[in-house]
Design a protein around this ligand. Structure first.
Ligand code: DAH
Length: 358
């Protein structure tokens, strides 16, 4: 530290005093007690900027006696350099603290769930899906999956629904802005997984295919625009409609209990012929008739039928040798019926009171 010794003029002494006041210990303390980068930036401006006391002192140097000017100029520069380096150090400290705070805020808890200690529960839809899978696995089916983003060919064309077919109106589709217009979409049902399975596996096939589906529907108590289906496909020699009816009935009594049965009613789907809707005994009134089943005692669960030879043709399976049946129904609907849920939308709302119920 240069001491401005040997000053004898009044001006020189006053100048020396002013430098120590403006850029001395007080300023240094202000720097080290700055708590934010913004506060430091402002303080730096006030201490060393164009309109600071330092800038004034610089100007005043010129009016000092030349013999004193040299000493006081050095004093001023040294004070300035010292303050500048203190500010830089403080800025680095605050930068580091900011970075630490940011990292702490972004930290992800990747702790493994410790076996035996309960941390949350499976969502009702996930639980229903795995119970349905278990039921079918117990009946000799395997489980397969396919992607949620599908081609128009897998979702529609291979299933005997060419472009402009009026049956396309049965599925309000979300198309993706990828490739040719309307060539890529969010699958509207799990039926395209049948197509994938038949292309990649030789029959015999006994599989179920659960997964998420999407439709441009307005959600209400019985519909969601994002929902879950489970598809079934059997391809073998000598498969008949009675195998389909027997499989649906076996599933219904196993999954819903011995007092719930199934029945098939004629319907239309482009990918099956003949096609049917399957209904089960109303789980609310056990068939007595109530508001939920409109007094019929039955509730519709899904669609089914014998695989249309056109579908076999599009995946290269010889329909002279192989026959098969398929079915598809809503997983969310199953959960709704088994748990007596009045409004399906609760499944998607993430209300913690609903989620916490095991
Ligand atoms: N994919 C149909 C739907 O979403 C349901 C369905 C009907 C699936 C008949 C099938 C079937 O496999 O054979 O509405």
């Amino acid at each position: 530290m240069i001491e401005a010794a040997g000053l004898d003029s009044k001006d020189g002494l006053a100048y020396d005093q002013a430098v120590r006041e403006a850029l001395g210990e007080k300023a240094e303390q202000e720097v080290s007690s700055c708590e934010t980068l913004e506060a430091l930036r402002q303080l730096e401006g006030a201490l060393l900027g164009k309109r600071s006391r330092l800038a004034q002192l610089h100007q005043q140097l010129g009016s000092l006696d030349p013999s004193e000017r040299k000493v006081l100029g050095r004093l001023l520069n040294e004070r300035k350099a010292r303050l500048k380096s203190l500010i830089d150090t403080r800025r680095a400290e605050l930068d580091r603290a900011d970075e630490q705070a940011r990292l702490a805020a972004e930290r992800m808890d990747l702790t493994e769930v410790i076996a035996g200690r309960r941390r949350g529960t499976l969502h009702l839809v996930s639980r229903t899906q795995s119970e349905l899978e278990d039921t079918f696995v117990g009946m000799g089916f395997t489980v397969a999956e396919g992607p949620e983003v599908e081609t128009d060919w897998n979702n529609f064309e291979a299933l005997n629904i060419p472009p402009d077919h009026p049956a396309r109106g049965m599925w309000d589709t979300f198309y993706l802005d990828v490739g040719k217009p309307e060539s890529v979409l969010m699958r509207t049902h799990t039926s395209p997984v049948q197509v994938r399975l038949m292309q990649s596996h030789q029959p015999p096939i006994y599989s179920v295919m659960p997964g998420r589906c999407y439709r441009r529907d307005t959600p209400d108590a019985r519909h969601l625009s994002i929902f879950h289906q489970i598809e079934g496909l059997v391809v073998d020699t000598g498969i008949s409609f009675s195998d389909l009816a027997g499989t649906i009935e076996a599933f219904t009594t196993t999954y819903f209990g011995p007092s719930i049965h199934s029945r098939l009613r004629p319907a239309y789907f482009p990918f099956t012929e003949p096609s049917a809707e399957f209904e089960i005994t109303c789980t609310i009134c056990e068939g007595q008739g109530c508001r939920t089943c409109s007094q019929t005692g039955w509730i519709e669960l899904g669609g089914c039928g014998m695989v249309d030879p056109e579908v076999f043709a599009s995946v290269g399976i010889d329909s002279e040798i192989w026959t098969g049946f398929a079915f598809g129904f809503g997983i969310d609907r199953c959960a709704q019926m088994r748990q007596g849920i009045a409004d399906l939308r609760i499944l998607m709302e993430n209300d913690i009171r609903f989620l916490e119920q095991a």
